[in-house]
Design a protein around this ligand. Structure first.
Ligand code: HEC
Ligand code: HEC
Ligand code: HEC
Length: 88
């Protein structure tokens, strides 16, 4: 297991920002599990303009609330209440 972690880390270090972190910590205590979402949702373009992903232009409260909550409501999965996302 240790070996796998080291290998993954080395790959990330070489490719730099081309890879997203597995878990992204956002403002106000939001913990976004990018890896789990990519697996559950499958299509990168549900959230990103392009299939390769990357920074989302103007990402912040307004975009986040719309994108995150619309999908959770639509799929009837994932949190829609403030405190379920904002753990602090
Ligand atoms: C459920 C929504 C969602 C899905 C699905 C998703 N992403 Fe993301 N991704 C995000 C969010 C939100 C960020 C953080 C954006 C920001 O900070 O501007 C991000 C960040 C990234 C970043 C890092 C940008 C950076 O430089 O920090 C990459 C690369 C990326 N995603 C690629 C992908 C790829 C490839 C897929 C499909 C396998 C994918 N994403 C699926 C929401 C998603
Ligand atoms: C395209 C659909 C989609 C989008 C967009 C989306 N989610 Fe989700 N989210 C899901 C699904 C589906 C689940 C349930 C996964 C499961 O139960 O396996 C989930 C679960 C979660 C959970 C609880 C499970 C966990 O990973 O800890 C959190 C927190 C969460 N989402 C936060 C967010 C945030 C923050 C955003 C916006 C940056 C976001 N989601 C955008 C589909 C989405
Ligand atoms: C599905 C998850 C989710 C839910 C539910 C949610 N938020 Fe958010 N919220 C986010 C994300 C993601 C951000 C953007 C974080 C960032 O920019 O890093 C955000 C940003 C914010 C910000 C701005 C924080 C800052 O410093 O810029 C406030 C204030 C906020 N939310 C309040 C609320 C309130 C009040 C509710 C309930 C009505 C709520 N949120 C529900 C995910 C959520």
């Amino acid at each position: 297991m240790k070996k796998i972690i080291i290998t993954l880390f080395a790959v990330t270090a070489f490719t730099g920002s081309a890879l997203a972190a597995d878990v992204i910590e956002m403002k106000k205590g939001v913990v976004f599990n990018h890896k789990a979402h990519a697996e559950a949702v499958k299509e990168c373009t549900k959230c990103h303009a392009k299939a390769e992903g990357g920074k989302i232009n103007g990402f912040g409260k307004d975009i986040a609330h719309k994108v995150c909550m619309d999908c959770h409501k639509e799929m009837k999965k994932g949190p829609t209440k403030c405190k379920e996302c904002h753990t602090k």
